[in-house]
Design a protein around this ligand. Structure first.
Ligand code: GDP
Ligand code: MN
Length: 366
């Protein structure tokens, strides 16, 4: 599971890696307000695809008004098929040099590898391809660990001034700790910015092992609701952690692959349901959305209204299953709009799995 830049930076900060001052905005006005506190800012689209810099997803602004205007443009964008719903607004850094630093698994050797390069920034892929000798790496025996002298040996290859050299070595040690303690598959900073005030992580890319989620909490949330992003093709809107797990298990058992799930919790109204659908639909892998709701405090008619409000902006098919409070009214509202409600959970899951297959086949024929 990939984390958003701002989630990655929270982890960095927790481990003492310096990150720029900043906050997440969900509207242009909010971006403007944050900018009025920070001065010159960089506005960064929070999407999971890389190469945002080159695609226009990283912009600068020198006044709150400009920040608001630029933010509005960013919110209208789609990057790598993902709608931009959140921006990271940060104090702009004066970058003297862009370093690349990362830790990942070398699968061939079955060992973590720590990597660093003096040629960081948006062209790192090109560096890796054309001049791999400019990327320095060191494999780590997980039972021995990664020690300060190893970090210094790596950092010494970059011909940095003393202070930056010490700063980079410290960041490498912290990245390795994050890598092991957070069950990561990749922890990457590009660029690690050398500034007059020290070494600062200007970006964060963290991929964590999904199988370790039971013992990790990355604060995966969307507008306060638990949101977990996976790699399959069925988007899921559910209520309650237990139903979320049962839904995942049922889909997998029937041969489907969830793309994500969002847990709207108890008592969600129309607006929460609408936002939840939009969020789940924003994942580029989603081919069908499975809404699976148990109506207790949550009312099925409210759920139906939320679905109707979102359906105009959601262009993938829906499978809706709900039972419980105000179920009949919910069914009636949706039927008027041509959406049938399936009441049996297994049957609904089977429909979602079939539709995800059919959508995929259509896709691959194009
Ligand atoms: P990516 O393209 O998705 O990896 O997004 P990054 O966060 O790496 O940003 C792309 C580029 O924008 C970086 O390589 C920097 O050159 C530039 N950048 C990002 N933040 C700042 C900043 O605070 N100040 C300056 N001067 N440049 C920045
Ligand atoms: Mn980057």
């Amino acid at each position: 599971m990939k984390l958003y830049e701002y989630q990655g930076k929270r982890i960095f900060a927790e481990y003492g890696i310096e990150v720029p001052a900043g906050e997440v905005a969900t509207s242009p006005e909010e971006a403007g307000r944050i900018a009025s506190r920070l001065g010159e800012v960089v506005l960064k689209a929070q999407v999971l695809t890389g190469g945002r810099g080159k695609a226009g997803g990283v912009r600068f602004a020198s006044s709150p008004e400009e920040a608001e205007r630029v933010a509005a443009e960013l919110f209208a964008m789609e990057l790598g098929g993902e709608r931009v719903t959140e921006l990271l607004v940060e104090q702009r850094l004066k970058i003297r040099r862009e370093i690349y630093a990362g830790v990942t698994i070398d699968r061939a050797l079955g060992k973590p590898v720590v990597m660093v390069s003096g040629e960081g920034g948006v062209d790192i892929e090109e560096v890796a391809e054309r001049s791999p000798e400019k990327i320095f790496s060191r494999h780590v025996d997980p039972f021995v660990g990664f020690y300060p002298y190893m970090a210094r040996e790596l950092a010494s290859r970059l011909s940095l001034e003393r202070e930056a050299f010490i700063g980079v070595a410290e960041v490498l040690l912290k990245l390795y700790r994050i890598f092991t303690e957070k069950d990561a598959q990749l922890v990457e900073v590009n660029p690690l910015a050398v500034t007059d005030g020290g070494v600062v992580a200007a970006d964060a890319k963290v991929i964590v092992d999904e199988d370790a989620l039971f013992r990790q909490d990355f604060g995966q949330r969307s507008r306060g609701m638990p949101y977990v992003r996976l790699e399959g093709s069925i988007g899921c809107v559910v209520n309650g952690a237990g139903l979320a797990m049962a839904t995942m298990d049922t889909l997998k058992h029937l041969g489907g692959e969830p793309a994500n799930f969002l847990d709207i919790g108890g008592g969600a109204g129309e607006e929460v349901m609408r936002e939840a659908l939009l969020k789940v639909a924003s994942h580029p892998g989603v081919r069908v959305i499975f809404v699976n709701i148990l109506g207790g405090i949550t009312r099925c008619d409210e759920i139906a209204r939320g679905i109707l409000a979102a359906s105009r902006s959601v262009d993938v098919p829906l499978v809706v299953r709900f039972r419980g409070t105000n179920e009949e009214e919910g069914v009636r509202l949706l039927r008027e709009a041509g959406i049938e409600v399936e009441r049996d959970m297994i049957e609904a899951a089977r429909m979602a799995v079939e539709m995800s297959r059919r959508q995929r086949d259509e896709h691959s024929c194009r």
